[in-house]
Design a protein around this ligand. Structure first.
Ligand SMILES: [Zn+2]
Length: 276
């Protein structure tokens, strides 16, 4: 690959007349002008940083260019004296690319520091309180300290145990139920859900609903159901929306259960359907 990185050079400002020196090529006296060339690294022709200097002399009589290696001792001395009086400094622009990079890094660092400083006392972003509540309840599915189960869970378990006796193992079920005003939330974890094909898993929801219908005290309540597999929600169902994907269900559907307002606002629910 052709990559435009390398060195370039430019003649520096001051020239030095090498008086009383003979040209090593043609032997003429007082015909030599010394000069300094500055080298620099470049990237895409933008100078990055200096890469040293080279001395040379040019004879006005024979037009030869003599590089530093071929200087006579007199030329070396004369060059030294002349350049001490009038030194050729490395021009600023030979290192401007590097300087620009340093400045850019500084600007980025300062901006980051400024943003951090400005926002250091900001409160953390408000999270949907319903999501927080849901996540806390979802965790309880794995909490063994919650045994014995609440009364709804016990009734539901009795009902489901009879239904799935030969398909799923009873002791692989975990239950969590909660009531909020006129709503009931049922979370179920079925660790060996893989025994049922993903396409068939949606059939669990009507079975659970049927069981709930027969439980005292739940009549007329809005039912929110979440069924979890080993790792994640696989089915969610609410009065407004359901996600019966069977593999990855959207838990947002269950958030309205936690709404503090009396009426469940449908348009406050963000629903991303994962079904194709
Ligand atoms: Zn010459």
């Amino acid at each position: 690959m052709f990559f435009l990185f390398g060195t370039n050079k430019s003649k520096l400002k001051h020239k030095y007349f090498l008086k009383n020196c003979k040209c090593p090529v043609c032997g003429q006296l007082n015909t030599l002008d010394g000069s300094v060339t500055g080298r620099y690294f470049h990237l895409f022709f933008i100078p990055l940083f200096p890469a040293g200097k080279e001395k040379s002399a040019k004879c006005s009589h024979c037009n030869s260019t003599i590089n530093e290696k071929s200087f006579t001792p007199e030329m070396k001395q004369e060059f030294m004296i002349a350049s001490a009086e009038n030194p050729n400094k490395t021009p600023f622009w030979h290192g401007c690319g590097c300087l620009a990079i340093v400045l850019l890094v500084l600007v980025i660092l300062l901006s980051a520091a400024y943003v951090w400083f400005k926002h250091r006392h900001d409160p953390p972003k408000a999270e949907d309180y319903r999501k927080v509540a849901f996540n806390a309840d979802e965790k309880k599915l794995d909490d063994d300290s919650l045994v014995p189960l609440d009364s709804i869970s016990v009734d539901l378990k009795n009902c489901l145990d009879n239904r799935f006796n030969d398909v799923l193992e009873k002791d692989k079920f975990r239950y969590f139920c909660k009531i909020n005003q006129d709503r009931v939330l049922v979370l179920l974890k079925i660790e060996d859900i893989k025994k049922i094909k993903a396409d068939d898993r949606h059939k669990l929801i009507p079975i659970i609903e049927k069981c709930l219908n027969n439980i005292d005290g739940l009549a007329g309540k809005e039912v929110y159901i979440g069924v979890e597999g080993k790792w994640n929600m696989i089915l969610t169902s609410s009065p407004m929306k359901e996600d019966l994907d069977g593999s990855f269900a959207d838990e947002d559907i269950l958030y309205p259960f936690y709404d503090t307002s009396k009426t469940v606002q449908m348009d406050s629910v963000i629903i991303k359907s994962k079904r194709k």
